[in-house]
Each structure stands twice: as structure tokens, then as C-alpha cells.
Design a protein around this ligand. Structure first.
Ligand SMILES: Cc1cc2nc3c(=O)[nH]c(=O)nc-3n(C[C@H](O)[C@H](O)[C@H](O)COP(=O)(O)OP(=O)(O)OC[C@H]3O[C@@H](n4cnc5c(N)ncnc54)[C@H](O)[C@@H]3O)c2cc1C
Length: 545
């Protein structure tokens, strides 16, 4: 079990643990899904593992994806069946290992007279997709039944719809669950600690760490440094005189009330402007529309948000495909934007670049970038394979499950839906979360907060036990209330203060400062386009394509 302390007030002890244990087998820079996966796989092999993120866990791309755990139909269409096969297998494995966290989501591709894709060609693609999964998911619905089921769908020329399946998750919770598993096997895991500098010699890597909250710094050594810093991968590689041609690509999503566009499947719609697939899907009690795909300037360590052009593009899709619903900007509850690293090939549009990951080995530093949420385990195994010379114990076990089994008894402790969710999101901690709720808050602590699927018992647990440093950690990543509630959930904050302030250990002044920071952050980057979100995207020259 890890000794770094995720309880409130535990950062000091964590920092001490870090400075007292100065040599590590592996230090991992980056607490997104890639770094988390490496920590999980390395810790289970008994290695001494330290993972740090200079922001919050999953703060980078891993809290800003479309949240789909998917095989990648597009790869089959491009003739890359191998990549699809790997992703489909991982999807099936994750649904089996972590139900409640990774669940099946039906998809629907409507077909129109004279428009791409045609029913038969698409049906062939889906047959191959199902063959790879060794399960039959796909089916065809005639136009009448589609119109009846979805009266708000554009009916002009509709000839039917193909239904198929992939899976959906909460990306931040996925990262947290992997990190909890890594900690159980002894990994030390800290947010708001940056890897500032690295130097290597024959015996190891010397790494300068900085507490980005308190400002303290220290040096540690490691046999191997894993640079899992996503779109920022070149920052550390450049210190070694290396760099890769990484092409940052931004994608944005908008969230609207489910009542305004009640979808129970993920509609896959080709945007009339450029034929790019856009998803309109149910997530956490809301409807999400996304993503855009644009070249983005070299990202700094700051936030990104949706731009006016992206907002108009996504609303144009809604108006085209769901004209009856009349979705407008005033319906938008929130938005989010993320930047992914594509290893550049020189393709004209960022959407044509490969989504695969790349691993580079520079002496004792193994860097990794690109890839998907879905394949985080395979990426981790690839990274550890590269570290085998320095760490022979790294022998890879391809079969070991990522997630430990949740106690089945919790199924009887809450409503079926809530037990399913808590088991998936919190694994072995779910029983304690429910137990604490029953002891303190009573049954209503296990009821969803209106407009979301989140319950107070989760928030209590997150505030008390999940290394929350800022209010935005809690509102945007541990929970997603900031994306799901109107006004970023600001109206809920007085209630939140009353219930959670004691366990966060924050004074009234501290609370007020956090509320101000969160209010500013949300309105600038998680709401409608703002001066700041336009500024962050300013030197972007790519087209939405
Ligand atoms: C719009 C969009 C939609 C997507 N949708 C999907 C999807 O539906 N399904 C899917 O499978 N994939 C999807 N992806 C891809 C997926 O989100 C990414 O591949 C994945 O999240 C990358 O994770 P990562 O850990 O490599 O990077 P990140 O999550 O970006 O993590 C890197 C971390 O490194 C930290 N860091 C940087 N520098 C330092 C330093 N010096 N010291 C310490 N820490 C540092 C950062 O703070 C950051 O938290 C999507 C991507 C985008 C942009």
C-alpha cells in the first residue's frame, strides 16, 4: 500500500515520503490515462514507482476526451484491421472488468437517400467490426421505426439506420480507478508536482521535482523515467536534445439538457460542412455533441476552451440533423475542449493523422505520446517493454486484469443503478462509500443530485480521500458537476460548503478564494466561447476538417 496520503492535509506527509525515498525504479511524469496505466502495470510487478502530475490527475487530455471506449471503425475503413482488433479486444476486456465504469453504448448511423454512407457498405463494415469482437451487435432499423423512435430526427430522405455498439466511460474516473489500483500495489502518486529537469548518466536519471502548490523542490533518482506527458512530451525530450514532430489537435464538445435532445443512443452524424463524423450521445444524464478537430498552437501549461467557430459548427450540426429540436446557444449548459498529440505525418487535416501511440527510448528515458483511452493497458505494456534492459523485473504479463474485483455484496446496499455505478467508479472502495453514507448522510446521500447521476456519498468520499487540492479538481474531474449542472454548479456551492468544507480542511477565506478561482475558470473555459478561450486558440491555423 502506498504511503503518500490522499486525505485532506496529507500533502505534507506525501512530500516528505517523496524526499525521503530518493531512489525509484520508475518515475512517471504525467497523471493522465497513459501515466496511470504505466504506474498500474509497473507497481503490480513490485517495482518502486512514483507518478507525478504538475497539474491535477487527468487534467490534460484524459478528462477532455469524448469518453468513448471504442474499437475504431475508422481504422477498418482505412484498412488497418490490426489496430481495430486490439482496440475491440480492450473494449470487451474493460466492459467485463469494470462494469459501471465502462458500459456498452448503442450507436446509430442514420442513412439518407443519395448520401454517404450507404446502408449496405456500412453494414459490411459493421459485420467485420462484430467479427473482431466475436459478438453480434449490429442491426438495421427501417425508416418508419426510426422516425417513430426519434421524431426529432431530420426525416427528409431517411431510409433507415444502422445500430451498432461501442462503450462509454467517465475518462477522469477511469484514470482515478487505475491510480487507486496502482496505489494499492504500492505506487506513490502525487498531483501538483512537476518534473522540471532531467539529467541522465550511466547509473540512472536525476530528476528535479517541484511542488507546484507549495513551491518546494527536491531531486530524486530513478532507474527509468517515463515521460507520459501527452501533448507536452517534447518539453522533457528537448532537455535530452530530442524532439518529435507532434501535431496538437484540439477537439471541443458541448453539453445540453437531455430534455432538449433526448437521445438513448450515440448518433453518428456526418457534418454537412465537411463530412466529419460527429457524435450526439447520452452521458451522465445530459446530451453531449462533439467533437471538433482543429490544429492547435503548441500548448502551454494553461487551459483551453471552445471557440466561437467551434460552437457554431456544433450547433449547425444540431440544426441540420435535429431541426425539430431547435437547439440554440442558450441551451448549452457547458463545454469542454481538449488537445491531443498526433504524431505528425504531414497530412493536410489533423483528422487524417493517425491516432496511434508512439514510444521513444532516449537512454533511460522512455517517452510516449498519442493513442487512446481505450488502449491504455497496451500502451503501458509497450512502455514497460522498452524499460526491460534497465529493469529486468519488468517482464510483461499480458493477461493480468487491470481492475480488482468489486465485492458483489454491494449490489444489495443501494439501488441497482447506483450500486452499478459506485462499483464501477470506485471498485473496492464502493462498500466503504456506501457504509459511510448510511452512517452519516442517510439514504438520501445515495440519491442522484438532480440533473446528474452523481450522489452526495461520492462527493464526500472524493473530498475526503482523493487528493483534492482545488475546488475545480472536485467540480471538473473527481465529479463532473461543473459540466453537468447549469452555471457550472455554482448554485450548489453553498450546500457543498456546508457538507464538505470540514473534510477539505479549508478555512472560510480559503473556500472563498477557491470559489472565485473556480468561477473564473469555468466561465472562461467551460462555458460559452470567451476572450480567453479565443486567445488560447489564437495562432491555430487548421481547418475544421
Ligand atoms: C477531443 C478529444 C476526444 C477524444 N476522444 C477519445 C475517445 O472518445 N476515446 C479514446 O479512447 N480516446 C479519445 N481521445 C484520446 C485520449 O483522450 C488521449 O489519447 C488520452 O487521454 C491521452 O492521455 P495521456 O495520459 O497520454 O495524456 P494527458 O491526459 O494529456 O496527460 C498528460 C499529463 O502530463 C502532465 N504533465 C505535462 N508535463 C508535465 C511535467 N513536466 N511534469 C509532470 N506532469 C506533466 C499534464 O499535466 C497532463 O495531466 C480524445 C482526445 C481528444 C483531444
Amino acid at each position: 500500500m502506498s504511503i503518500t496520503d490522499w486525505k485532506s492535509g496529507g500533502r505534507e506527509q506525501s512530500w516528505r515520503a517523496l524526499t525521503e525515498n530518493t531512489h525509484w525504479d520508475i518515475v512517471i511524469a504525467g497523471g493522465g490515462v497513459t501515466g496511470a496505466g504505466v504506474a498500474r502495470e509497473a507497481a503490480r510487478r513490485g517495482l518502486r514507482v512514483l507518478l507525478v502530475d504538475r497539474q491535477d490527475f487527468s487534467w490534460g487530455t484524459s478528462s477532455r476526451s469524448s469518453k468513448m471506449v471504442h474499437g475504431g471503425l475508422r481504422y477498418i475503413a482505412q484498412g488497418d484491421v490490426r489496430t481495430t482488433l486490439h482496440s475491440v479486444k480492450e473494449r470487451e476486456r474493460l466492459m467485463k472488468e469494470a462494469p459501471g465504469l465502462v458500459d456498452l453504448m448503442p450507436y446509430m448511423m442514420p442513412h439518407y437517400d443519395g448520401r454517404f454512407p450507404g446502408r449496405f457498405a456500412f453494414g459490411m463494415l459493421l459485420k467485420v467490426y462484430d467479427l473482431l469482437a466475436r459478438r453480434k451487435y449490429h442491426t438495421f432499423h427501417g425508416a418508419d421505426s426510426v422516425r417513430e423512435r426519434y421524431p426529432f430526427l431530420n426525416p427528409d430522405g431517411l431510409t433507415g439506420a444502422s445500430e451498432f455498439a461501442d462503450a462509454v466511460t467517465d475518462d477522469s474516473r477511469l484514470v482515478m480507478r487505475i491510480l487507486h489500483e496502482a496505489r494499492r500495489d504500492g505506487a506513490e502518486v502525487l498531483n501538483y508536482v512537476a518534473v522540471d529537469r532531467t539529467e541522465q548518466n550511466a547509473d540512472g536519471v536525476t530528476i528535479s521535482l517541484r511542488d507546484t502548490v507549495g513551491g518546494a523542490s527536491c531531486k530524486v533518482t530513478a532507474s527509468v523515467l517515463v515521460n507520459a506527458t501527452g501533448v507536452w512530451v517534447n518539453e522533457l525530450r528537448e532537455q535530452l536534445g530530442q524532439s518529435a514532430d507532434v501535431r496538437p489537435a484540439r477537439g471541443s464538445h458541448i453539453v445540453i439538457p437531455a430534455e432538449r435532445l433526448p437521445v438513448d443512443v450515440s448518433f453518428t452524424i456526418l457534418h454537412p460542412q465537411d463530412q466529419r463524423p460527429i457524435f450526439v450521445y447520452p452521458w451522465e444524464g445530459r446530451t453531449v455533441i462533439g467533437t471538433t478537430d482543429l490544429d492547435h498552437p503548441k500548448p502551454d501549461n494553461g487551459e483551453v476552451g471552445i471557440t466561437r467557430r467551434e460552437m457554431d459548427y456544433l450547433l449547425a450540426l444540431a440544426a441540420f440533423q435535429f431541426p425539430e429540436a431547435g437547439i440554440q446557444e442558450k441551451d448549452v449548459i457547458s463545454s469542454w475542449a481538449g488537445v491531443r498529440p498526433l504524431v505528425a505525418s504531414g497530412a493536410k487535416n489533423s483528422s487524417k493523422e493517425s491516432r496511434d501511440h508512439t514510444v521513444w527510448k532516449d537512454g533511460r528515458v522512455v517517452s510516449v505520446s498519442g493513442g487512446k483511452l481505450t488502449t491504455f493497458r497496451l500502451i503501458a505494456l509497450d512502455v514497460l517493454k522498452e524499460a526491460r534492459d534497465e529493469l529486468p523485473e519488468c517482464e510483461v504479463d499480458k493477461k493480468a486484469p487491470v481492475f480488482t474485483i468489486t465485492d458483489p455484496a454491494i449490489a444489495s446496499l443501494a439501488s441497482e443503478q447506483m450500486a452499478h455505478r459506485l462499483a464501477g467508479f470506485y471498485g473496492r472502495d464502493a462498500a466503504e462509500i456506501i457504509g459511510t453514507a448510511k452512517a452519516h448522510g442517510g439514504a438520501e446521500d445515495l440519491e442522484p443530485i438532480p440533473g446528474t447521476h452523481t450522489c452526495w456519498a461520492e462527493l464526500r468520499w472524493q473530498a475526503a480521500s482523493e487528493a483534492v487540492v482545488h475546488l475545480d479538481d472536485l467540480m471538473l474531474r473527481r465529479s463532473r458537476l461543473g459540466l453537468l449542472l447549469k452555471n457550472g454548479g455554482l448554485d450548489l456551492l453553498p450546500d457543498l460548503k456546508e457538507r464538505l468544507q470540514p473534510m477539505l480542511g479549508w478555512s472560510d477565506e480559503h473556500w472563498a478564494a477557491e470559489v472565485e478561482r473556480y468561477r473564473r475558470l469555468w466561465s472562461q473555459f467551460y462555458s460559452l466561447p470567451s476572450v480567453q478561450s479565443e486567445q488560447a486558440a489564437k495562432t491555430s491555423e487548421g481547418e475544421i476538417a
